[in-house]
Design a protein around this ligand. Structure first.
Ligand code: ADP
Ligand code: MG
Length: 352
């Protein structure tokens, strides 16, 4: 069930030599009731896509449907969409309750309805005890909750969130990630969330769209994006990953690693079935074994061991050249030791 359909949406800014293509024929379907995240580096077009959905910008080409309706001609306030910005934009001199009810007040809704909705929202964000507090007397996290409650009060079909947690410190931010996910699940409203933080995207999302330079490179569930990145950029952008040279064999069923070991190949749809390729393996999906063990797919020497609290990263210089990183709970080897490395039965092959 699709809530938002974007079809070949293009948006450029400026003209002549200063022309910037912020979105280049972007197509995506965002489903009803999902927590959907746009993830990508600064300048890739995330905010522009949100602003087009909200109606603050108009596309140069393509179409945007919301719940089956073409909304391109509607002004922002007539779209069943609300936005939470990074700066919460609360009214500092007004109470928490008045801030939350403000949108409904502006729509001229009856007092009883505003009161009912405000109380419901206060409970939802667990702020009942602070209903009468001025918002300039709240902490950053509390202000964030009020901003969310205010945006959810008119029951929009879609809530757009543009890096709403980036002003919070790390600990509070992690709490709010869980909180936001809970709010989305409880309200059933479709959330479109923007972040440049891969860990945040993996934590909260039902699905993630990874963007680069005005294009969506891959859409998938967090585990899919993490374990099976189809493109080199996606693999590199999310988490630590080892990228090795490989050669496809057996009509794309196998890939030969440096050193000659052959393992199963996971190919993206439409990928070539032979030739030289790049292969991606997560550091936590490699193991250590003896250099002469039959399951040693790669061989090398430990060049460094870095402890990071939850485990160790072992850097291994490969015999044929190149270096990989292996993540283990225990260090399992000493610097200088010759080791064999195990890899999964099948590994992801990347498209550039
Ligand atoms: P993101 O949110 O992913 O950081 P944006 O959507 O803000 O990226 O921007 C995408 C590209 O469009 C950038 O190159 C940015 O400089 C450009 N851009 C965005 N808004 C404007 C604008 N109003 N005028 C000119 N260029 C813009
Ligand atoms: Mg932005």
């Amino acid at each position: 069930d699709v809530m938002i359909h974007a079809g070949k949406v293009t948006k450029t800014f400026g003209q002549g030599a200063g022309k910037v293509t912020a979105l280049d024929a972007v197509s995506v379907d965002i489903r009803k009731n999902e927590f959907f995240t746009l993830l990508g580096p600064s300048g890739c077009g995330k905010t522009t896509l949100l602003r087009l959905i909200a109606g603050f910008e108009l596309p140069d080409g393509g179409q945007i449907l919301l719940d089956g309706q073409e909304i391109g001609h509607l002004p922002p306030y007539k779209r069943p969409v609300n936005t939470v910005f990074q700066s919460y934009a609360l009214f500092p001199h007004m109470s928490v309750a008045r801030n939350i009810g403000f949108g409904l007040e502006m729509q001229g809704r009856p007092k009883s309805e505003i009161k009912e909705a405000t109380d419901r929202m206060l409970a939802l964000v667990q702020m009942e005890h602070l209903a009468d507090r001025r918002t300039d007397q709240l902490s950053g996290g509390q202000q964030q909750r009020v901003a969310l409650a205010r945006a959810l009060a008119p029951k929009p079909k879609v809530l757009l969130l543009d890096e709403p947690l980036s002003a919070l410190d790390l600990k509070l931010r992690k709490e709010m990630q869980i909180e936001l996910k809970r709010l989305q699940e409880e309200t059933g409203i479709t959330f479109v969330f923007v972040t440049h933080d891969q860990e945040e995207a993996l934590t909260m999302s039902d699905r993630i769209a990874v963007m680069k330079s005005g294009a969506i490179l891959q859409v998938g569930a967090p585990k899919q994006i993490y374990n099976n990145p189809a493109r080199r950029f996606v693999a590199d952008f999310i988490g630590d990953i080892n990228i090795l040279d490989g050669k496809l064999a057996e009509n794309g069923a196998k890939v030969v690693l440096p050193g000659g070991a052959s393992v199963g190949a996971l190919l993206a749809e439409g990928a070539a079935r032979d030739g030289r390729v790049s292969v991606a393996i997560r550091p936590e999906n490699m193991g250590l074994t003896a250099p002469d063990a039959t399951d040693a797919a790669l061989k090398g020497r430990v060049s460094n061991i870095v402890y990071f609290g939850a485990g160790h990263n072992l850097h291994v210089q490969l015999d044929g050249g190149g270096e990989v990183m292996v993540r283990r709970a225990q260090s399992e080897a000493e610097i200088g030791a010759p080791v064999g490395l195990t890899v999964p039965d099948a590994v992801q092959v990347l498209v550039d």
